[in-house]
Design a binder for this molecule. Structure first.
Ligand code: DI6
Ligand code: FE
Length: 414
């Protein structure tokens, strides 16, 4: 007997009279469809189009119907770059910076990432879960349905695995999809100071294999920077990732040009992130390999960076641009993705449409999930947000106001 659901099985949910920002139809801004309806069955989008074109039978038999009264529906928002799991915070370093110290000086004198490493090692798994859960909840309140979370504040076997288990647990306990990224090469661990190459060997030969065997790793990242790892060391990490068939991405050209983005793109990276110091001349290489540029306006703002990412070159070369929070205690203590849309527009001069694409379609691509999420299309996962506005520009425009009305996650209203 066939296991397939009958073709005329009723839809589970039907949202009517909406303005759909599909983020995928080229013929209108935001891929807008006016006076639209969208239908869900078994957690997937099964129909969308003009309300007038709805098939009568399906409209009659669908039990759960919601009149959206002309308001906007977008895909669920995606934060494709965060360090949400960590112990403590760095408010005192913030104060030191305002009294004259630089981010690099603080990092070199044992503060910075290493102070968060100590606090993370000292935190129990339950405490890490609870502090990350509170930050994550702020993102969920704004319509985030997928979030990437990196390790990188453990820097030894037990603590890197601890961070990744917390990230996985967040995705199991809360109605949100969590994608984990192994960032063992974030900084050299305290016990390996002065032995960076040995530390990279330890990360590649001990920690990554164990984290992978435990099923805790969806992708691998590294920090390529003069205060972190050089391109050669990053290449070793990427080779190890590839031996496990894991996708790669890179913190590249955040504070200086290390030629990391070009290396990452050539090795097939999903994304290169930050890239303020990426030379416009190198953008063609990023484009050629289909790598996404992830811009992090929160870190740009918080570190008072003045060097802008090469936005015009990214546009000219049609590089997909994603926007993310980089939520972390040192350079971007941010718990709002909508604020990042505002900052992407005001600081980077992205248009509201580019910004929204940056947290939907292009963020999905930065995670390699473009076949499942990121746009409103038949067959994709039913992650979507109904907003208290009909104007998509309002998502980038307002500061500190949350117009999120209703979130659907995998076909269920959250
Ligand atoms: N770049 C960043 O902005 C964060 N990590 C990285 O590689 C900052 C991490 C921190 O300062 O704790
Ligand atoms: Fe980061």
């Amino acid at each position: 007997m066939s296991q397939q659901a009958p073709l005329n099985k009723p839809w589970d949910t039907l949202w009517l009279n909406a303005r759909l920002a599909t983020m995928c139809r080229g013929d209108t801004p935001y891929g807008l469809i006016e006076d639209a309806a969208i239908a869900i069955r078994d957690g997937k989008i099964v129909w969308l189009g003009a309300t007038d074109d709805l098939p009568n039978e399906q409209r009659r038999t669908c039990q759960q119907q919601l009149d959206c009264q002309g308001q906007l529906i977008t895909p669920g928002l995606i934060d494709c770059h965060t360090h949400l799991v960590y112990g403590g915070n760095r408010a005192s370093e913030f104060e030191m910076r305002l009294n004259g110290a630089s981010y690099q000086q603080i990092a070199r004198s044992g503060g910075g990432i290493l102070s968060t490493v100590n606090a993370t090692r000292d935190s129990s798994e339950a405490a890490l879960f609870e502090s990350a859960r509170m930050r994550l909840q702020s993102f969920l309140n704004e319509g985030v349905t997928t979030v990437e979370i990196k390790s990188g504040y453990g820097l030894d076997l037990d603590n890197e695995l601890k961070m990744l288990r917390v990230a996985r647990a967040l995705g199991e306990k809360l109605p949100v999809q969590v994608v984990t990224t192994f960032l063992g090469a974030h900084a050299t661990a305290p016990e390996y100071q002065g032995a960076d190459d040995e530390f990279i060997s330890f990360i590649c030969e001990s920690v990554l294999p164990a984290a992978t065997a435990a099923g805790l790793v969806d992708a691998v990242d590294a920090f390529c920077e003069n205060i972190a790892f050089n391109a050669e060391q990053v290449e070793r990490v990427f080779k190890a990732a590839k031996s496990f068939d894991l996708p790669i991405k890179l913190h590249a050209e955040q504070l200086s040009d290390q030629q990391g983005a070009v290396l990452a793109a050539r090795m097939g990276a999903l994304s290169v992130d930050h890239i303020e110091f990426l030379s416009p001349d190198d953008v063609a290489v990023i484009a050629e390999h289909g790598t996404v540029a992830v811009l992090l306006p929160g870190a740009f703002y918080f570190l008072r960076e003045t060097q802008l990412p090469p936005i015009d070159a990214l546009r000219e070369n049609a590089v997909p641009i994603a926007i993310a929070s980089d939520s972390n205690p040192g350079s971007s203590p941010v718990s709002s993705l909508l604020l990042m849309l505002s900052m992407a527009c005001t600081l980077f001069k992205l248009t509201p449409e580019e910004s929204l694409a940056g947290v939907t379609r292009n963020a999905a691509k930065a995670l390699g999930l473009q076949a499942e999420i990121g746009t409103l299309e038949v067959g994709k996962t039913a992650n979507m947000v109904l907003w208290n506005t009909s104007n998509p520009a309002e998502l980038s425009y307002s500061i500190g106001h949350n117009p999120c009305n209703t979130v659907m996650y995998r076909g269920q209203v959250r």
